[in-house]
Design a protein around this ligand. Structure first.
Ligand code: S5P
Length: 442
């Protein structure tokens, strides 16, 4: 039990004042957080007193969004990336805490700790823990019963009844992926503010302004066919993915035209080279050879297989122009040999290179916690299917809502359609609708 409790009980302080003094000494005074936020409504007086005492600015969460004006759910002065400590009076299941956290995380705030006056020990602590935070309680119900029993305020029978009730009545288990994957509830605009790599920032801003999270994989072998496809589809995509080495009539003029279309329609170019050699060779493959990928590709795909050295072959800018890298953390093909450990190690590898790495090519982004990284997911068609070579397709709903894709890659779903432009519109709208649903408060 916390040491000063007795002294405060005996003092002349009362009610909210005494509780806030206890809470201050217990968990606020040494906290390095940028903000405090009380869970509406009953914890608001305590949070307010703690904010005044600690001089840590308070944020307010509206339970009902205003129907007029800014429609903001969080009031206060804050920036994405700042930390916030949650204040609650009583925790049973933790669901109110989690609702508040969800809204704060949607604004890009970082939440690690929740402090509560009383933990009823019915599962709230476990729910908060399994959703990526720590609960610190001033009192547990067991401690409170023992104090009341010792003071003769309740009988032994009553204490046993309450203990029995608490141990047999457990709150439902709550696991919400959007709470552990911070990026999932955040808008692309907000995430752009956090991105360290200028290309990532640019991509997120293009997605937000063009209202599209569709990447076209232009897997055609003739330059004229690719250019005419992009002339029709360019306005609907945020990114075009190329395989430059499958083109049969490659020439330098193609690159000039490709860049012209990228400027005209405001999309970025990803060369899907899947580099996978030692750093020195990759550096030559990237900078030299007939394709001179570094000169025109905003981003490239890179395997993590050779280890960290491969990332040293790239720089965040070439001749003053920003560049980015997508690391392959998973593959969409049936029976591929990538393990869960490999995926996790790939994502961890990027931490030190956040000024270079734009994101990850993967199917399931549960390990991508940092909102500054983009999840790029290929293997997307309007119905679940498979091709003759083991490529597995999931629908827009599955990849965006269930698996966390930020950008979906569609190749043959559009390229092989009778009317690629109208098909691109169908994909664009379906994918955008899923994203809007994902970041909404439902
Ligand atoms: O795991 C992967 C990674 C990539 S980059 N699975 C993939 O399919 N890709 C690429 O995405 C693949 O090389 C192809 O260019 C595109 C998918 O094309 P589609 O025609 O199957 O949609």
């Amino acid at each position: 039990m916390y040491g000063n409790q007795k002294a405060y009980v005996a003092s002349s302080l009362s009610g909210d004042d005494m509780i806030s003094s206890l809470m201050y000494d217990f968990a606020v005074k040494d906290s390095k957080c940028d903000h405090l936020c009380g869970v509406p409504y009953t914890a608001l007086p305590i949070a307010t007193l703690l904010s005044v005492k600690s001089k840590i600015p308070m944020l307010m969460r509206r339970k009902e969004t205003k129907s007029y004006g800014t429609k903001k759910t969080i009031e206060g002065h804050y920036k994405a990336g700042q930390s916030c400590l949650i204040i609650e009076d009583v925790v049973t299941s933790g669901s109110s805490v989690l609702e508040t956290v969800k809204d704060l995380k949607a604004e890009g705030l970082v939440i690690e700790d929740v402090i509560v006056i009383l933990d009823r020990e019915q599962g709230g602590s476990q729910n908060i823990d399994s959703n990526g935070m720590k609960l610190k309680s001033l009192y547990t119900m067991t401690q409170l019963i023992n104090i009341l029993l010792r003071k003769g305020e309740i009988t032994k029978e009553m204490a046993d009844d309450v203990r029995h009730y608490l141990s047999t009545t457990k709150a439902p288990v709550i696991k919400d992926h959007s709470l552990t994957m911070d990026r999932i509830k955040m808008s692309y605009e907000k995430r752009a503010e956090l991105a360290q790599n200028p290309i990532t920032k640019q991509l997120l801003n293009i997605m937000a302004t063009k209202r599209t999270n569709l990447c076209l994989s232009a897997d055609l072998t003739s330059t004229t066919k690719i250019l005419s496809l992009l002339e029709n589809v360019g306005e609907h995509v945020c990114m075009v993915k190329t395989h430059i080495d499958i083109i049969e009539d490659f020439n330098d003029d193609f690159l000039v035209q490709l860049k012209h279309l990228a400027d005209k329609f405001n999309f970025l170019i990803l060369e899907d080279r899947k580099f996978a050699d030692i750093g020195n060779t990759v550096s030559l493959q990237y900078l030299k050879g007939m394709y001179k990928v570094a000169e025109w590709a905003d981003m490239v795909t890179v395997h993590s297989l050779p280890g960290e050295g491969i990332l040293k072959a790239f720089t965040g800018s070439i001749n003053g122009v920003s560049r980015g890298v997508f690391l392959l953390a998973e593959m969409s093909s049936q029976g591929n040999l990538i393990s869960a450990e490999y995926t996790k190690a790939t994502i961890d590898m990027a931490d030190k290179y956040s000024d270079l790495v734009t994101g990850f090519v993967c199917q399931n982004g549960e390990h991508i916690k940092n909102p500054a990284f983009i999840q790029l997911t290929p293997g997307v068609q309007l119905i679940n299917a498979e091709d003759d070579f083991g490529q597995v397709y999931n629908t827009p709903e599955t990849v965006v809502l269930e698996k966390g894709a930020d950008v979906a890659v569609v190749g043959r779903g559009i390229v092989a359609a009778k009317n690629p432009e109208s098909q691109a519109v169908i994909y664009k709208e379906a994918l955008w609708e899923c994203y809007v649903k994902r970041i909404s408060n439902t």
